[in-house]
Design a protein around this ligand. Structure first.
Ligand SMILES: Nc1nc2c(ncn2[C@@H]2O[C@H](COP(=O)(O)OP(=O)(O)OP(=O)(O)O)[C@@H](O)[C@H]2O)c(=O)[nH]1
Length: 498
């Protein structure tokens, strides 16, 4: 493979060709006569067309030719003897090429030493070939002219075909790229698509600048400006920053250059593709094992890059939206779900239990005389007490229970699949354990009690909350540190001292 120590600016329309695009043209000779192979190669071996040399491939029978064509889809011209080993194998091969291998771009020059057996006009009409020559008329000069004319036609057809396939791929992928919701999955999707598009190995990384995902990066002295959002193949890494992935350093160094200079770079067999679009954060895709980037690839890559950038912006916005939603759902002090989240999840839990005919308990919980804690020990101690109380509660409920802070010192607990009797046991146990518990706060020993009002009638969240709230009010009025709920018969007056 051609090698260069100097990176090439890619996708710049004014640039000269990269050596990677100068692969030789491939010409296949299919003939059972060794001498024909020898002479043809002699004529073509020093020939250059558009700065590309000619590589001659040889096949001596139908099977060899078929295998070679299957493995080398970029062969541009075939010089084909129609009659081999006294059979019309050449004519059979034409059908294989066009109908079985579906290769329409390959230019087929039928070159025969038996023109009387293979009539020119009839053969040209009947077979999908691009030239007919008898060996007697094919001088060295004519052979060169024929091969160059065929390569020119192949180049045009091949470019159209590549563009069509590339376009098809980009259009197909565009939709799927917009469906990704996780940045990591998006990154592997993009890298897989790009490596398929460039016929490259699937080793790649996709990075963004760190502030793309996190607008206020921590003031960490090791903090670098890039963040890998996904990787594939040999470069597969977990999400993280550059420091954790020394194996990919050279790929990352190239990405760093691209971010700095804001254009794509091709160095050796590594492509660092600059992905940018108006109002979209910059990103870089680094792909290893890139064998060749031709002119059609360059045009399509520019288009593809814009599509990827727009899809990336979509994914990043979704991630930020999800994070913002999560942050909006959590109470800052206690890290419990907040009132807003409680209203959403609580409604869903009630609906679930109701639909499956299962019981559910909702308990409103209020810390008793909390004002005194603030007044006696200060607001900061009050905050710590709220945090400690939240932790205590989280330690005393089951995983399926849902506990939220819905106001200052007001909390709500939902116990799914829990009937009146079971919830009475649970809530009493919590109240009693709490009353006995000593919280160590700022070297102070603080005790807390709660008043609780509970409801079991799974109609809807608002009604359950207001019934439970009414009972909580009664618990407070009856002296606090009490649990108020209905009895098994639903009798409103049932009262239980905690
Ligand atoms: N430190 C701290 N205090 C809070 C917070 N939220 C609410 N409070 C305090 O909680 C206290 C609630 O007081 P009240 O509504 O009078 O209730 P209480 O003192 O608990 O009395 P009862 O509920 O009637 O038993 C007030 O002093 C609020 O300032 C908070 O986030 N941090």
């Amino acid at each position: 493979m051609p090698n260069s120590n100097h990176p090439h600016h890619l996708l710049n329309p004014n640039q000269s060709h990269s050596p990677l695009s100068l692969q030789p043209w491939q010409v296949l000779i299919v003939d059972d006569d060794e001498e024909v192979h020898f002479i043809t190669e002699l004529v073509l071996k020093d020939l250059y067309f558009e700065e590309r040399a000619i590589e001659v491939l040889h096949a001596y029978n139908l099977d060899q030719a078929t295998t070679l064509l299957q493995h080398n889809p970029d062969i541009g011209v075939i010089l084909l003897e129609a009659v081999m080993n006294h059979e019309n194998c050449g004519l059979k091969l034409i059908n294989i090429i066009r109908n079985e291998l579906k290769n329409q771009a390959l230019r087929i020059i039928l070159r025969t030493g038996y023109p009387q057996e293979i009539p020119e006009q009839e053969t040209m009409i009947q077979y999908d070939i691009n030239g007919y020559k008898s060996k007697q008329e094919l001088t060295a000069q004519k052979l060169i002219t024929t091969v160059i004319a065929s390569l020119r036609a192949f180049k045009t057809i091949h470019a159209l075909e590549t563009t069509r396939l590339g376009m098809e791929m980009i259009l197909d992928s565009s939709e799927s790229l917009f469906e990704f919701q996780s940045t990591q999955k998006f990154a592997s999707g993009v890298l897989t698509l790009l490596s398929a598009f460039l016929r490259a190995s699937p080793d790649g990384i996709l990075c963004v600048q760190t502030d793309t995902l996190n607008p206020t990066p921590p003031p960490d002295k090791n903090f670098r400006e890039m963040h890998i959002i996904g990787a594939t193949g040999d470069l597969q890494l977990t999400e993280g920053t550059i420091d954790q992935h020394t194996g990919a350093l050279s790929a990352l160094e190239l990405a760093r250059e691209v971010f700095k200079h804001k254009h794509s770079i091709l160095k050796d067999d590594t492509l660092a593709l600059f992905l940018n679009a108006p109002n979209v954060p910059d990103a870089v895709a680094v792909l290893q094992g890139v064998q060749e980037i031709n002119d059609e690839d360059r045009v399509l890559l520019r288009y593809f890059s814009t599509k990827i950038s727009l899809a990336l912006a979509n994914v990043i916005h979704f991630k930020k939206f999800k994070e913002a939603r999560k942050a909006a759902a959590i109470d800052f002090l206690t890290k419990l779900p907040n009132r807003r989240e409680f209203l959403t999840i609580g409604e869903q839990l009630i609906r679930l239990c109701k639909n499956s005919n299962q019981s559910i308990t909702l308990a409103m919980i209020d810390i008793d005389h909390f004002k005194e804690i603030n007044d006696l020990y200060g607001h900061e101690a009050g905050d710590l007490a709220l945090k400690a109380f939240s932790q205590f509660m989280s330690d005393h409920i089951r995983e399926e229970d849902f506990f939220a802070r819905i106001g200052g010192e007001e909390f709500c607990l939902i116990l799914p699949r829990t009937d009146q009797q079971k919830s009475k046991t649970i809530l009493q146990r919590i109240c009693r354990s709490l009353a006995e518990h000593i919280f160590e706060i700022n070297e102070l020993q603080i005790k807390l009690t709660i008043s609780v009002g509970a409801d079991f009638m799974a109609d809807d969240l608002n009604h359950m909350m207001s019934r439970a709230d009414r009972r909580l009010y009664r618990a407070k009025n009856s002296g606090r540190n009490r649990l108020f709920m209905t009895d098994e018969r639903g009798d409103e007056n049932f009262c239980e001292e905690a």
